[in-house]
Design a protein. Structure first.
Ligand code: CAA
Length: 264
């Protein structure tokens, strides 16, 4: 698997990957090259998913996770190029959602605009006390373009999302926790990364198949009615019956031992 990219770094340690946007001088702003690198990398991770149980997604340095889409690059774009840029960013966000293992966004500092949008595409967000969230696009005469109008509303409710998007104001870490945007806050970046690794380690002891099924059903439920979502849940619940992982999990319970899902 290629781990060399121009604007991002991918480290794989055991069964956990760490993906870092590495444009520290521009506060990790998302330009076309970052999206192209992310798209290529996420495709590869998807292809090699059998060897992985989770991923941390973060930004280089202490100041910013991602300070948004690259404003300098966008300022020169035509409407068609703006459309293509939006679609490319949205494709990246969907690739995060569709990875068959959990992804924790570890937010250090600014997560503005496209940064907040990419963090929301991950399964959940851990953040440091210095984290600042927001969708400031309207201050630039823009609207969120990598899914913010959709995902923020679904995550925290439409009216709260409207207030944040219309004002373009910063959302502090404490407010982000209160809103349910951030799951846990940490004093330092090191503490956050250590906790994310611990959480992924804990998750990786469970059935990888079940984790992936739960992730896909919960993500797809965003676009479904309750009745459709319940039908999907019953279908995917039943799909797991008879699999080696389901047999191992239930047998281990009855035999009063820990399940070992690495045995296929
Ligand atoms: N795009 C391009 N460059 C950026 C950037 C961005 N989004 N954010 C920061 N930078 C660059 C700055 O231009 C600066 O570069 P130079 O050193 O070459 O001047 C460098 O990063 C450091 O930034 P600052 O000097 O501004 O740092 P600061 O501490 O004074 O301020 C900040 C930090 C408040 C995050 C400020 O940089 C800022 O407001 N950035 C823009 C945030 C923003 O508006 N994001 C939304 C973008 S639009 C979007 O994301 C659209 C979409 O949904 C698709």
């Amino acid at each position: 698997m290629n781990t060399k990219f121009e604007t991002i770094t991918l480290d794989i340690s055991g069964d956990i990957a760490t993906l870092t946007v590495s444009r520290e001088k521009s506060l990790n702003a998302l330009n076309k090259q970052v999206h192209t690198d992310l798209k290529e990398c996420l495709w590869q991770l998807r292809e090699n998913a059998d060897n992985l149980h989770g991923m941390i997604f973060t930004g280089a340095g202490e100041k910013a996770f991602i300070a948004g889409a690259d404003i300098v690059e966008m300022s020169e774009m035509t409407a068609q190029q703006g459309y293509d840029f939006s679609v490319l960013g949205q494709q990246v966000s969907v690739l995060f959602e569709e990875l068959p293992f959990p992804v924790i966004a570890c937010v250090n500092g600014f997560a503005l605009g496209g940064g907040c949008e990419m963090a929301m595409s991950c399964d959940f967000i851990y953040a440091t006390e210095t984290a600042v969230f927001g969708q400031p696009e309207v201050k630039l005469g823009l609207i969120p373009g990598f899914g913010g109008t959709q995902r923020l509303a679904k995550l925290i409710g439409r009216n709260k999302a409207k207030e944040i998007i219309y004002t373009g104001r910063n959302v502090s870490i404490d407010e982000a926790v209160d809103l349910g945007l951030v799951v846990k806050k940490f004093a330092t970046q090191d503490e956050m990364l250590a906790a994310a690794l611990k959480t992924l380690g804990q998750i990786s002891r469970n059935s990888p198949l079940a984790i992936n099924e739960a992730k896909q059903v919960m993500n797809q439920a965003n676009d479904l009615t309750l009745a459709e979502g319940l039908r999907l849940e019953a279908e995917r619940f039943s799909d797991i019956f008879g699999t080696a992982e389901m047999k191992e999990g239930t047998s281990a319970f009855m035999e009063k031992r820990k399940a070992d899902f690495s045995v296929k």
